[in-house]
Design a protein. Structure first.
Length: 202
């Protein structure tokens, strides 16, 4: 469900299979990836096409290029589209359902059904969850730590919309930027993070 981030994830595993007569170039790795990927359903080859940020983060030396990191991060920040109605928080109950489902964007999923966030695959959120991912930081008590004011709402919305606007090579999907989640779904996730009644903050 990470769309074209699939290309980033696959590249390290391609290198050993291409090894032989010297260094494997990124071009060679991408060529093999495209040749070996079979489009199926809604999972097409377009998901393997990297934008400028993904190409940068695929470089082995990306962490050394601080100037380019700042430039790309600022560019991504400028692309965040905040709701025109100015409302950034929705219903945490809907947000909880979105966070718990990973349905969407897989070839076998119905494209007419709204995608989920699958947040629990990477984050701890609810104390009721006995299993959760640790790729991302724990979000327990997020609202207690960050508050519920306008600034906290804007930051939470922006990070969900496009995490790479805050950490350019973040592993988190760009949920809004990539069209994975709708504006309303992101509002509901903001409420899950910030609402005092949400299980995140209890």
């Amino acid at each position: 469900m990470k769309r074209s981030l699939l290309a980033l994830a696959c590249m390290p595993f391609l290198a050993p299979s291409l090894a032989g007569a010297g260094e494997v170039s990124d071009v060679d790795a991408m060529r093999v990836l495209f040749e070996s990927f079979t489009p199926r359903g809604q999972a097409g080859l377009s998901r393997l096409v990297q934008d400028d940020v993904q190409q940068f983060c695929s470089r082995r030396d990306w962490a050394r290029d601080k100037a380019r990191m700042r430039s790309l991060q600022n560019e991504q920040r400028s692309l965040i589209k905040y709701p025109s109605d100015g409302v950034l928080m929705g219903d945490w109950r809907r947000g909880e359902r979105i966070a718990q489902t990973g349905v969407g964007l897989q070839y076998s999923d119905d494209p007419k059904i709204a995608s989920g966030g699958n947040c629990y695959a990477c984050h701890q959120l609810s104390p009721e969850e006995i299993s959760y991912g640790t790729i991302g930081p724990s979000l327990r008590n997020y609202g207690r730590r960050h508050g519920t004011g306008a600034q906290a709402q804007r930051a939470a919305y922006g990070k969900i919309y496009n995490a790479q606007a805050y950490a350019v090579c973040s592993n988190m999907p760009r949920f809004g930027h990539s069209g994975i989640l709708t504006e309303q779904q992101i509002k509901d996730l903001v409420a899950l993070l910030l609402d005092p009644q949400s299980p995140v903050n209890r």
